[in-house]
Ligand binder design. Structure first.
Ligand code: SF4
Ligand code: SF4
Ligand code: SF4
Length: 249
């Protein structure tokens, strides 16, 4: 893991700070510097709190370059540079509903596009929360087929995900014409999820997943279920981590 660190000048714009402050107080740049330092300190505390309170129970889909939930949350200073750097717009900050120690840290959403592992997010990261030497730079997660949302499972004829998948052997159709993911080969790029036309081919049903194939974190409970999953299993298990004791069995 690289230990790339935010420089003071980058962090606060202090290169523009003047030393000609007056007796009445700090210059605007100086105030920004202090504010940035305070935010970083709070963020560091939040990350440390995540470690202290054992938040191994969470599993978020992260941009490539992270070294696990706790490490990413401890290093990330919520600067949003990865969000701004992603040319495909798939890096999004987590909302407050993700929890206090996760809010504003980066996640991946494959609603409109996928990840091509271009590296711009980890190149933009100033703290090493995303870094070029992490194993996840070539493996984001794993795609899970959602049987009750999939056209090929419910009826037949759809092969869009298999045609889209850029990784040879990662996604194939079985003898019933249903998509099957080879979880060892899938790298979680999300092209299948982006391409899946399930919601437009089915009558609208809010009780099932909008996409019939979704990339989930490898550490999540739903990733540990063999084969296809239901929409309920996806909802229940995509952000919950497999308990450590179970993962080591
Ligand atoms: S590797 Fe590129 S496409 Fe993928 S999340 Fe990072 S910036 Fe976006
Ligand atoms: S995420 Fe989907 S498209 Fe990408 S490698 Fe895995 S199965 Fe193929
Ligand atoms: S593209 Fe979607 S609906 Fe079509 S077979 Fe693949 S998962 Fe099923």
């Amino acid at each position: 893991m690289s230990d790339k660190r935010y420089t003071d000048a980058e962090a606060s714009g202090s290169a523009r700070a003047t030393s000609s402050g007056n007796a009445a107080g700090m210059s605007l740049s100086r105030r920004r510097f202090v504010a940035a330092g305070a935010v970083s300190a709070i963020v560091a505390c939040l990350g440390a709190a995540g470690v202290a309170f054992g938040r191994e129970g969470r599993a978020q889909l992260r941009p490539p370059g992270g070294a696990g939930e706790l490490d990413l949350e401890a290093r990330c200073n919520r600067c949003q540079r990865c969000v701004q750097a992603c040319p495909r717009g798939v890096v999004q900050p987590l909302p407050m509903t993700a929890g206090l120690t996760s809010v504003s840290t980066p996640s991946l959403i494959f609603r409109n596009d996928y990840c091509d592992f271009c590296g711009k997010c980890w190149e933009a990261c100033p703290t090493g929360a995303l870094a070029a030497d992490a194993p996840s730079t070539s493996d984001i997660g794993v795609a899970k087929v959602v049987s009750d949302a999939c056209v090929a499972w419910m009826w037949s004829g759809c092969t869009a995900c298999e045609e889209a998948c850029p990784v040879e052997g990662a996604l194939a159709m079985d003898e019933h014409g249903r998509p099957v993911v080879d979880e060892a080969l899938c790298n979680g790029c999300g092209l299948c999820e982006t391409t899946c036309p399930s919601s437009s081919l089915r009558a609208y049903d809010p009780s099932v997943s909008e996409r019939a194939i979704c990339v989930v974190p490898r550490a999540s409970q739903v990733a540990a279920i063999p084969g296809a999953v239901t929409s309920a299993q996806l909802t229940e298990g995509r952000t919950r981590a497999v308990p450590k004791e179970a993962a080591h069995e």
